[in-house]
Design a protein around this ligand. Structure first.
Ligand code: NDP
Length: 488
């Protein structure tokens, strides 16, 4: 079956080239998908432009757009098992986690379905009885949505649902490594009745994404990915002064005070960093522990890290899967080598697992570095793998200073039994999300995004919808009369 969706039709790429999609557990080829060319991107943008300019979708009552999103949520629930299976084949993550992703994504579609017809604008007091002044929200236009490989379905849904609720038309590009659930979501959007040209899908690598960002008929880019690519996107978008939101990486502090329940904090520190083998933008990769419990905490985390069961995402006994690709594992290995060179103490991991049954996959052992210092590269740069760095602190001020000592600012957590202190630290941390005595949950209703180099703009929540809207002021003079500024 053809896997590019342009102007309401499934097609192959104009070059007829295909790309193999590989299961990171055993490197088997699970699918072949069509590769888009720059010409296909132009066709997709053209279709989205024509659909937007025709005004059918933006003119559809917002409640009807919401109803369509609700149908998509129902279809996701209907096909939950199949979609979760595809996500696990594509990413290697456990199918348990993939199922959770599908459930989360269905609630994101429901949330924006409800929000679509709320808040159409507001009246403004012009101070004159003959003037009606109002602000209305309009869809921003044609949007290019570009997503990474770690949470393919989730990331694309965080963009597609608000973009469609707002009435924009879209061209979507998932990561070349993990396109399958985005193809599936596009099928569901078609089944739900999205008009031709409103949703378009192109597949391929960075050059396809770059062509989308450069295209003059694209009004807005919403990008999630790495910092380096984010910079390129911002630079390229500047040429045509597009609206851009970027969700980039994170180097997320997990701060633990000595008054915590140790077992709970250790257990959560483990999930924070090793879930999905650390391939999570908000992973708690930077553990910051108070002196009194430091040694005991590190020993407990390392001991439990050694017992994490790696395996095939479809094996119910597996607690974590492989890394997404050979190339990515090489990047993690280089990062660990840097840590060793910098003098951090390797407590556990730091290599591939030895079990023969894991040899065919891109596995890497959960790794813990202690005695880390804030000036080390491994403390400042993302590994995007199962690697934890541990630093220590004495006072609350030190904990806050360490937690904010990053160019990123995506997420962080503070663990303490002292409620006023928890609130103080949460307020002081310069991150887009802060968890108190928890790590990882998000809600469709609550904004997600970064301070600093973690990005611009927000996804989820009302702000996630506002990104896809323009605010227009309409001044209506109901009793026009000569202004008589010029008297001649
Ligand atoms: P990349 O930045 O490499 O890629 C992201 C997307 O951009 C992919 O679809 C990629 O295509 C595409 N792309 C590559 N080059 C360009 C270009 N010049 N112009 C436009 N698009 C381009 O990120 P990864 O896929 O490697 O994902 C990992 C990164 O994503 C991590 O750094 C992580 O922190 C970040 N991330 C951030 C999140 C957040 O919410 N802040 C959430 C999840 C991940 P292709 O891959 O096909 O080459």
């Amino acid at each position: 079956m053809a896997t590019l969706f342009i102007g309401g039709t499934w097609r192959t790429g104009s070059s007829s080239e295909q790309r193999e999609v590989v299961n990171p557990f055993d490197q088997s080829v699970v699918a072949k998908v069509d590769e888009a060319t720059v010409e296909d991107v132009a066709a997709a943008v053209g279709a989205a432009r024509a659909a937007f300019d025709a005004g059918e979708w933006s003119g559809t009552p917002a409640a009807e757009r919401g109803a369509l999103l609700r149908r998509v949520a129902d279809l996701l629930v209907r096909d939950r098992e199949d979609i979760a299976r595809l996500e696990t084949l594509d990413t290697g993550k456990t199918v348990r986690e993939s199922r959770q992703d599908v459930d989360d994504v269905a609630s994101v579609f429901r949330y924006y379905a409800d929000l679509a017809d709320e808040d159409p604008g507001r009246l403004v007091d012009a101070g004159r009885p003959d003037v009606v002044s109002r602000v209305v929200y309009e869809p921003v236009g044609v949007c290019a949505l570009i997503t990474p490989w770690n949470y393919p379905l989730l990331q694309v849904s965080w963009k597609v649902a608000p973009a469609l609720a707002a009435g924009t038309t879209i061209v979507v590009k998932p990561s070349e490594v993990t396109p399958l659930t985005t193809v599936r979501l596009t099928e569901l959007l078609e089944e739900a009745g999205v008009p031709a040209g409103v949703v378009n899908l192109v597949l391929g690598g960075g050059e396809v994404g770059a062509a989308m960002v450069e295209h003059p008929d694209v009004d807005m880019v919403s990008f999630t990915g790495g910092l380096g690519t984010g910079r390129s996107v911002l630079r390229a978008a500047a040429e045509t002064v597009k609206k851009v939101t970027v969700e980039l990486g994170g180097k997320n502090p997990n701060i633990v005070f000595a008054d915590v329940d140790l077992e709970t904090a250790v257990d959560n520190a483990l999930t924070a960093v090793f879930l999905h083998s650390g391939q999570v933008c908000s992973a708690g990769t930077r553990l910051i522990v108070q002196d009194e419990i430091h040694d005991e905490f590190v020993a407990a985390v390392a001991g439990r890290a050694e017992r994490i069961r790696l395996g095939n995402g479809f094996d119910p006994a597996a607690e974590s899967g492989p890394l997404v690709s050979e190339q990515h594992r090489a990047r993690v290995e280089e990062y660990v080598a840097t840590g060793v060179r910098e003098g951090a103490r390797l407590v556990t991991g730091g290599r591939r697992p030895g079990e023969p049954e894991l040899a065919g996959g891109f596995f890497y052992l959960p790794t813990v570095f202690a005695d880390c210092r804030r000036d080390m590269r491994i403390v400042q740069e993302e590994s995007f793998g199962p690697v934890l760095t541990v630093e220590r602190f004495t006072t609350e001020e030190e904990a806050i200073a360490l937690g904010n000592d990053t160019h990123y600012g995506l997420a962080g957590a503070v663990w303490t039994a002292d409620t006023p202190r928890a609130e103080r630290v949460a307020r002081a941390l310069r991150h887009g999300t802060v968890w108190i005595n928890d790590f990882g949950p998000y809600l469709p209703q609550a904004e997600w995004g970064g301070y600093g180099r973690s990005g611009n703009g927000r996804e989820l929540g009302p702000s996630g919808l506002a990104e896809y809207r323009e605010a227009k002021h309409i001044w209506h003079n109901t009793a026009p009369a000569p202004a008589r500024w010029f008297t001649g």
